[in-house]
Ligand binder design. Structure first.
Ligand code: ATP
Ligand code: MG
Length: 348
């Protein structure tokens, strides 16, 4: 079977370091070193509207921001088809068919949806569209017959819904869909990077993120205020690593080269952690080290972003061309779906 990759992000804000280690880095590696037949990246504006229906401008403005984030981080539009979800209407037709294969209670029990509903404080004002987003996500994936989906850990229960729909569709109609395989980073911290507050995952909606487009000053301010160990008051105090966000970020981003360059008195992260646990190592020193590492990562991304910002029209062109291509491909697939369901009336 040929590999077809589909992945995406909601244009609810710029992309952050959680996106980078959770998904973007894997996407770039796949783009360059993985065998695939087709590769789609979707800017999920319709999904973003499910909890932002009254904030169209936010979604509208962030479509271009997310596209610039992709391109500046290294996504190559010659290899990857980047498209805008609402410009591919076939996805919504497929959503309508899939909605009959999933129950309301199944979606309400989904752990990710449950947590997101709670986080957004929806209680009795939960939009139908929000509850339904895993079904529409299944349509986004299956409209392209995608079998490989690089995501962060929070999306695993959502992908499960896709596979339940695959089974249900195949047994109700005919066997046209394949099981979908989520690709989650092996490293636990990368699969769910915590936010600066140390409470929930880093997320656009939670306001606890370091963005790929943050300037040096902003990154430094955010790192200096990151949650560490509240009992580590004096430098001489022994410190805790668990739950210490600065060490979580070092787990995700630091390598031995960084130590050679910025902190040669330690060989690696294990040595730094041991010293912190023993006492005698201050938070400021560790935070400044992390700041250097993050800036090394973000400087080329920032520079590329500046170039792209000079030529916004060409970025829109990439999105519009990609959306046209994606729509054509989904249209063809939808013919098969309707045939499998027996609702291709004109042909009958
Ligand atoms: P929102 O708060 O609007 O839901 P978000 O920050 O959760 O935004 P999404 O657009 O929902 O971002 O997620 C896009 C992709 O990035 C998904 O595959 C998701 O699993 C992954 N991702 C998001 N946040 C993290 C994180 N903190 N760590 C690892 N992966 C993440
Ligand atoms: Mg999210």
């Amino acid at each position: 079977m040929k590999n077809i990759i589909l992945t995406g992000d909601r244009p609810t804000g710029n992309l952050h370091l959680g996106h980078y280690v959770g998904s973007l880095k894997t996407r770039i590696e796949m783009q360059n070193n993985f065998e695939y037949d087709k590769y789609f990246i979707m800017i999920a504006d319709t999904q973003a509207l499910t909890d932002n229906a009254h904030d169209i401008n936010k979604i509208r403005n962030n479509i271009i921001q997310v596209a610039i984030d992709y391109l500046s981080a290294g996504i190559d539009p010659n290899k990857v088809c980047i498209f805008i979800q609402s410009m591919v209407p076939e996805l919504f037709e497929l959503t309508a068919y899939f909605m009959n294969l999933v129950t309301v209670s199944r979606l309400q029990r989904n752990p990710t949806i449950k947590e997101e509903i709670k986080q957004r404080g929806f209680s009795t004002s939960l939009p139908i569209g929000f509850l339904n987003y895993p079904v529409s996500q299944a349509a986004d994936i299956l409209a392209f017959n995608a079998n490989v989906v690089p995501v962060g850990e929070d999306q695993l229960p959502v992908i499960e819904v896709t596979n339940e729909i695959v089974k249900s569709f195949n047994s109700s109609y005919s066997q046209i869909f394949n099981e979908v395989k989520p690709f989650v980073p092996k490293s636990k911290v990368c699969a769910r990077l915590p936010g600066l507050d140390g409470k929930v995952k880093m997320s656009k909606s939670a306001g606890n993120a370091i963005y790929l487009c943050d300037d040096e000053k902003t990154v430094k301010e955010k790192i200096m205020s990151a949650y560490t160990d509240p009992t580590h008051i004096k430098v001489s105090d022994p410190g805790k690593i668990e739950g210490n966000i600065v060490f979580s970020y070092l787990d995700a981003f630091a390598n031995d080269e960084h130590f050679k360059k910025y902190l040669p008195e330690y060989k690696n992260l294990d040595e730094l952690k041991s010293h912190y646990k023993r006492g005698g190592l201050g938070d400021v020193k560790v935070k400044l080290f992390l700041n250097n590492i993050i800036n090394d990562l973000l400087t080329p991304i920032r520079n590329k972003r500046k170039e792209l910002e000079q030529n916004i029209d060409s970025v829109y062109e990439i999105l519009f061309n990609g959306s046209e291509k994606a729509s054509k491909f989904a249209k063809e697939n939808l013919k098969n779906v309707k045939k499998a369901m027996g609702i291709n009336y004109k042909i009958l």
